[in-house]
Design a protein. Structure first.
Length: 277
C-alpha cells in the first residue's frame, strides 16, 4: 500500500481546497494517485454538497469592478466557509473570473449570473460542484449591476468589502470624489444617501425609540415629540452619507465636500457588500 505522506495530502489540498482528512481518505482510496484522488473527491462530494447547503459561508471575496468608461460597474460576493479556501489561488481565480464575466457582459442580476453557461453547466451548478470537491459551501450570495453617468468602484480590506457609487457625472474630479466616498461608505456603513432615502419604517422606529428614551429620562410630556425628532436628526447625521462627517476632513460633512468638487455633483445611489454581513 502506498504511503500517504503529509506533503502529498497538502498537494491535493492545495489543488482542490478540500479538507485535510478528506484529502487523506481520497488518497488512500486512490492508492496515492493524485488525479484519482480528485475523482474520488468529486464522486463523494454530491452528498456533502447537499449536507452543506444550510451552512454559513461567511468568508470569500467581495469584488467591485467598473467599466473602462466608468458608466457602469458590478459588485459580486463569492462565498466560502473558511479563510483557507478564500485565499486559495483557484478560488481567487474563480471569483475574479465571475466578476470579469459579469462586467464584460453587463449581467443584469444574480439569477441571470447563476444561469450563465459555465464549463458546460450553469454557474450555479458549478458552484455546487465546487462545494462537492472542496468540502465547503461555495455560493454567490450577492450581486449588483449599477449604471449611471459615472460610477466609482472600490475594494476594501483584502476584498472583504466592495462598494459602488453612482454619480451624475463622469468627470475625473467627480470619479475621484466618488472613490473617496466609496472608502467612506466602506468604513462608516451609512444606511442611505440622505434622510429622504431612509424608509418610513426606519424613521418611525427611531422616533418611537427616541420618545421612549425621553419618557424614561422623565422629560415633560409636551417635550417628548420634539426630543424624539432631535434624536432622529442625530440618527440621520450619523447614518446617512450626505450628513456624515467627511472622513478625510471632519470639519465638513459629505454634502459640503461634494460642493467643493462641483456644486452640481450628486450621489445617486450606492451599493455596499460586506462578507458575513
Amino acid at each position: 500500500m502506498t504511503t500517504i505522506t503529509a506533503s502529498l495530502v497538502n498537494k491535493l489540498r492545495q489543488m482542490t481546497g478540500a479538507g485535510m482528512m478528506d484529502c487523506k481518505k481520497a488518497l488512500q482510496e486512490s492508492n496515492g494517485d493524485i488525479d484519482g484522488a480528485v475523482d474520488v473527491l468529486r464522486k463523494s462530494g454530491a452528498a456533502k454538497a447537499a449536507k452543506r447547503a444550510d451552512r454559513d459561508a461567511a468568508e470569500g471575496l467581495s469584488i467591485a469592478k467598473a467599466s473602462a468608461d466608468n458608466t457602469y460597474a458590478i459588485a459580486v460576493e463569492v462565498n466560502c466557509e473558511t479563510d483557507f479556501v478564500a485565499i486559495n489561488k483557484d478560488f481567487v481565480i474563480f471569483a475574479n473570473s465571475i466578476a470579469d464575466y459579469a462586467l464584460e457582459n453587463k449581467v443584469a442580476d444574480k439569477d441571470a449570473l447563476l444561469a450563465t453557461p459555465w464549463e458546460g453547466k450553469t454557474l450555479g451548478e458549478v458552484c455546487i460542484d465546487k462545494t462537492a470537491v472542496i468540502g465547503e459551501k461555495i455560493e454567490i450570495s450577492n450581486y449588483a449591476l449599477v449604471s449611471s453617468e459615472g460610477v466609482a468602484a472600490y475594494n476594501h480590506g483584502a476584498n472583504r468589502i466592495g462598494v459602488l457609487v453612482a454619480l451624475n457625472s463622469a468627470e475625473e474630479s467627480a470619479l475621484e470624489a466618488g472613490r473617496s466616498l466609496a472608502m467612506q461608505i466602506a468604513a462608516m456603513n451609512p444606511i442611505a444617501v440622505d434622510a429622504d432615502a431612509v424608509s418610513e419604517e426606519v424613521k418611525a422606529k427611531e422616533l418611537k425609540i427616541g420618545r421612549e428614551i425621553a419618557e424614561q429620562e422623565g422629560k415633560p410630556e409636551a417635550m417628548l415629540d420634539k426630543i424624539a425628532n432631535g434624536k432622529l436628526q442625530r440618527y440621520f447625521k450619523d447614518n446617512t452619507l450626505m450628513a456624515q462627517a467627511y472622513v478625510k476632513d471632519s470639519s465638513m460633512n459629505v454634502a459640503a465636500f461634494l460642493k467643493t468638487v462641483d456644486p452640481d455633483l450628486k450621489v445617486k445611489s450606492f451599493t455596499r457588500f460586506q462578507l458575513g454581513a
